[in-house]
Each structure stands twice: as C-alpha cells, then as structure tokens.
Design a protein around this ligand. Structure first.
Ligand code: NAD
Length: 297
C-alpha cells in the first residue's frame, strides 16, 4: 500500500480563507475587526519567527494583530499588569503569551492570569477542565488541527483504536481527550510505556507527539493506519549545509509503504496550528460580542 499524503498546508489555507471571510462579516456587523494580542518576552529566535508568522497570518485573515515585545528581564508584576490590561481591552479578543518564557517567570502563573474567554491557545486550566468535562471552551490549536485532519480523512472515528504517543498538556493530553470525545478507543503512550511498538501496531490512528526524529518506522504500524505526525525535529546538517533537514517523529518514506494516510513534515500538522489559532480568535470575537457563531469553522 502507498499512503495518501494528508496535505495539512492546503487544508490550513482553506481554513484561513473561511476564517478571513467570516472575520470580514464580523467587522461589518460590529464595526471592528477581531483582535489577537501576542506577547513576546525576551529574544528567543524560534519564538520571534512564530510571533511574526502569527501577526502576518492575522492581518491576512482580516484581523487586528497587537504585538507586545518586552525585554528578557521583564518582571512578573509588569507582565501580569500587561495581561490585565489586555483582559480588559475590548479590542482584544484573544491573548497569546508566547512560550517558553524566560526562566524567572512562572509560565503557569502567567497563563492563569489570562481571561479564560480570551485564552485562544487553550492552555488555561479552566479551558483544560472544560475540554475534559465536554463544555465549550478553547482547545489547544495543534491537537484541534490534528482532529480536523483526522475527521476530514476518516469521517466518523467511533470505535477506532487510537494511540497518542506523548502526554504533554499542549498536545498529547488534549489530543487524547478529543479522540475520546469522538468515540475512539484511546491509549496514551509515553516514555515509560512498555513495548511501545506493539502498542502502536494495534492502532487504526497514530498521533505521534514526542520530539524524536523518525522514531516510528514501518514495523510499528498496522497496515492502513492513519498517521498524524506532530513532531518537528531538525536533523544534523549534511556536509556543506548550514542547517539540517526538518523531519517528524515518523520515518515518512518507509511508513508510507504501510500506512493508509500520513501527514508529512513539514506541510502537515504545522500549518494547521496557526490556522486554528485564527479560528479560535474569531470564535472568541463572536462570543465576546454576544453574536451567534457562524457555521463551518
Ligand atoms: P514534550 O516534550 O512536552 O512531550 C513529549 C512527550 O513525549 C512526553 O509526554 C514524553 O513522555 C513522550 N516521550 C519522550 N520520549 C519518548 C519515547 N522514547 N517514547 C515514547 N514517548 C516518549 O513535547 P510537546 O510539546 O508535546 O511536543 C512534541 C513534539 O511536537 C515536538 O517535536 C514539538 O516540536 C512538536 N510540536 C509541534 C507543533 C506543531 O505545530 N506542529 C506544536 C507543538 C509541538
């Protein structure tokens, strides 16, 4: 079998287009654009890239982007004061504090200060709680993007065996919760799981969120499985190159011989994350304005 390549980039582009169209309607109805505030503390090169990309994506989707760049030695008090101001600002629908924060700042305390109704990253404990009891809230962008790709590919997930590898609060745990809500039979595997290959081989759906380059080979997969590769890993550079290639947690080429469908890295899950962030910001705007949510998001 040769796996179908799940094109997350194209799916994300279509989602961004829908969000952009709905954002225009929102602006017509309310006289203002949906707004996302992104807070960056310090000078982390990867974070700089993400923040710039989020700002550009916002503007392209007819939303307002508010960027707040603070020096690395910003005190917790000053950061909390900014979060409070953004919580109270009616032009701001979503607030995202880019992680990781410098070491002297307590990430959990800062996230806890964001209004749960503006927590478009879905990292606040209130939103984690809402997800776990099935209430409406905000779901972290990466697992929600994975879920969209899965339901687009498979339709009804009822009764399917799903294995999520990784148990982080931002990917693995919410991913497992979403699969459970979709009536899959879910196993969460992690660094202490015994005979991981045998666990993964049972799965109709594999979501890999580990951060180990090409760890999952074809021998780990059941014939026809749907494989969602969240991992982003950079290989050491080839001789003469200054940067190594980006790869996922799955050995794409050999896994494609066995899987039914698989996301590539790059171009799979990655582009979905920002698209869902825009979607969540639009949803926040509709909720904050007390308007009915548009269909098809
Ligand atoms: P994390 O480090 O918080 O969690 C990794 C998880 O993998 C842990 O729960 C750990 O138990 C598990 N693990 C570690 N070694 C293992 C092993 N040998 N066998 C089985 N499980 C093992 O990472 P994270 O934030 O959840 O991210 C995971 C990966 O996804 C990273 O590569 C990250 O860069 C990527 N990521 C991508 C996106 C995206 O937009 N595509 C978003 C977030 C994270």
């Amino acid at each position: 079998m040769t796996a179908t390549r799940i094109d997350g980039k194209a799916f994300a582009a279509r989602l961004r287009e829908r969000v952009g169209a709905r954002a225009l309607e929102f602006a017509e109805a309310t006289g203002r654009k949906p707004g996302l505030a992104v807070v960056l503390v310090g000078e982390n090169a990867a974070s700089e890239v993400y923040v710039r990309a989020k700002g550009k994506a916002c503007v392209a989707a007819n939303m307002e982007s508010f960027e707040h760049r603070l020096p690395a030695d910003t005190s917790a008090q000053d950061l909390l004061a900014l979060v409070e101001r953004l919580n109270a600002d009616p032009a701001v629908d979503g607030i995202l504090v880019q992680l990781p924060l410098p070491e002297h700042l307590d990430e959990q305390a800062i996230i806890a200060a964001i209004s749960p109704d503006k927590d478009v990253d879905g990292f606040h404990v209130i939103n984690a709680g809402r997800l776990s009891v099935g209430q409406e809230g905000f779901v972290p962008c990466t697992p929600m993007g994975c879920m969209m790709l899965l339901t687009d590919r498979l339709g009804d997930l009822s009764g399917l065996d799903a294995v999520v590898i990784g148990r982080s609060n931002i990917v693995g745990k919410p991913m497992a919760q979403l699969l459970l809500d979709a009536n899959a039979t879910v196993t969460i595997a992690h660094s202490r799981t015994k005979d991981l290959a045998a666990v993964v081989r049972r799965a109709d759906i594999v979501v890999a969120a580990v951060g180990r380059p090409q760890m999952i080979g074809k021998d780990w997969l059941k014939e026809g499985a749907t494989v969602i590769d969240v991992g982003i890993n950079r290989l050491p550079p080839e001789p003469g190159a200054d940067k190594g290639r980006l790869v996922g947690d799955v050995a794409f080429d050999e896994a494609s011989e066995v899987a039914g469908a698989i996301t590539p890295v790059p171009g799979g899950v990655g582009p979905m994350t920002i698209a869902v962030l825009l979607r969540n910001t639009l949803v926040a705007a509709y909720r904050n304005a007390g308007l009915d949510m548009p269909e098809g998001l």
